[in-house]
Design a protein around this ligand. Structure first.
Ligand SMILES: [Fe+2]
Ligand SMILES: [Fe+2]
Ligand SMILES: [Zn+2]
Length: 169
C-alpha cells in the first residue's frame, strides 16, 4: 500500500495506485503525488488579479455547495439525490481549498439553497448551467493568473467542473 496526497485539496489517499480522481475534490490523477513528495499548490505572494478571482471562486463554490445540498435533500430519486450529495461535498472541498489560498475562514452562509425547486429535471438543468459557467470562469482565471501555482490550481478546478458538466448533461 502507498500513501498519496492531493496537491489541490491536500487530502490523503491510501491505496495501491493513484486514484483516477481525488475522492474528495475530484482533481485528476496528475495532481496526486506520493506523500513524501507532497506540497500543497500554493503561492506566497498572490497577485491582485488572482486574489480577486479566488474571491469570486469562493462565492461561486459556496453558492453551488448550498444549492446542491438543498437539491439532495429535496429529490425523491435516490440516484439524483446521491449525485447532488456528492457534488455538494466536492464543491465544499473547493471552497475550503480556496479559503486556504486566501487565508480566510470559510464563511458560514446559506446563499444558494433557496434556488432548489421541486423538479429534478429543472434542478439538473440549473446544475448544468452552473457547471458550464464555472468552467468558463476557471478558464479565464487560469489565463489571467501570473503565478504558475494559481494557473495549475484554476486548471484543476476547470477540469473537475468539466466532469460535472458531463455528469449533469
Ligand atoms: Fe467546484
Ligand atoms: Fe462542480
Ligand atoms: Zn483533492
Amino acid at each position: 500500500m502507498k500513501i498519496f496526497r492531493c496537491n489541490v485539496c491536500g487530502e490523503v489517499y491510501i491505496g495501491e495506485e493513484r486514484p483516477k480522481s481525488c475522492p474528495f475534490c475530484g482533481a485528476h490523477e496528475s495532481y496526486f503525488v506520493l506523500a513524501k513528495e507532497w506540497k500543497l499548490l500554493h503561492s506566497d505572494s498572490l497577485s491582485d488579479v488572482s486574489k480577486e478571482n479566488l474571491k469570486k471562486a469562493l462565492d461561486l463554490e459556496i453558492n453551488n455547495t448550498n444549492f446542491y445540498k438543498a437539491v439532495s435533500g429535496i429529490s425523491k430519486d435516490v440516484r439524483v439525490s446521491s449525485m447532488f450529495k456528492g457534488l455538494s461535498k466536492v464543491e465544499r472541498e473547493h471552497a475550503s481549498a480556496i479559503c486556504k489560498h486566501l487565508k480566510v475562514q470559510k464563511p458560514d452562509s446559506n446563499v444558494g439553497s433557496d434556488k432548489a425547486v421541486d423538479s429534478d429535471h429543472e434542478n439538473i438543468k440549473e446544475a448544468n448551467r452552473r457547471e458550464r459557467s464555472a468552467v468558463k470562469f476557471y478558464g479565464e482565471a487560469m489565463k489571467q493568473a501570473p503565478e504558475k501555482e494559481m494557473k495549475d490550481f484554476f486548471n484543476a478546478l476547470m477540469q473537475i467542473e468539466s466532469d460535472h458538466i458531463i455528469l449533469t448533461d
